[in-house]
Ligand binder design. Sequence first.
Ligand code: 5GP
Length: 199
Amino acid sequence: MRPDRSRLVVLAGPTAVGKGTVAACVRRDHPEIWISVSVTTRPARPGEVDGVHYHFIDEAQFDELEATGGLLESALVHGRARYGTPRAAVEEQLAAGRSALLEIDLQGARQVRKAMPDSLMCFLAPPSWEELTRRLVGRGTESAAERERRLETARVELAAESEFDVTIVNTDVGTACAELVQLFVDGHDSARPGIEPSR
Ligand code: 5GP
């Protein structure tokens, strides 16, 4: 797959819908697509590598980046930690003609849409609410209170689907990954009625 021009695709969607897994599939199988590495103030989880999964920084460093315009977008996610997309890296990749993928939350997606109106906004949706709940609980990495907080966020986030150019339903990671990669080829042509698989 080689898109004929560089594109910025923003992948957003509710908590636990599988954005990270779909992005990991793109990272593994499509090195021609550059994936932004976000900064975050949350601590690294086991297995996460600084500079690969995130740049793990402290509050002061985050403040500094924000104050100096170093972030394309930023958000406080789940009321807990701050996340942001380093601006320079995205601009460099696009200027070099590479396609770029941002895997970010909804608040961040809205900021990118404003800052870069040519970007293609893709909503990753669960096959159903029941399945989303199952995935949230099944992951088992959060406390009950944290899960409830994330479910509430997910309810709000699901309602935002209509703000996006295109929806991909994450029934199967491989299929969702292939559909996402195709967006880099089709661009806004893919934002036509009928591409959305039925749920
Ligand atoms: P996690 O901490 O589980 O890796 O990610 C939590 C949430 O933060 C996910 O919804 C993820 O998409 C979002 N996120 C990751 N990086 C960024 C970023 O740079 N900006 C924004 N706005 N959200 C992000």
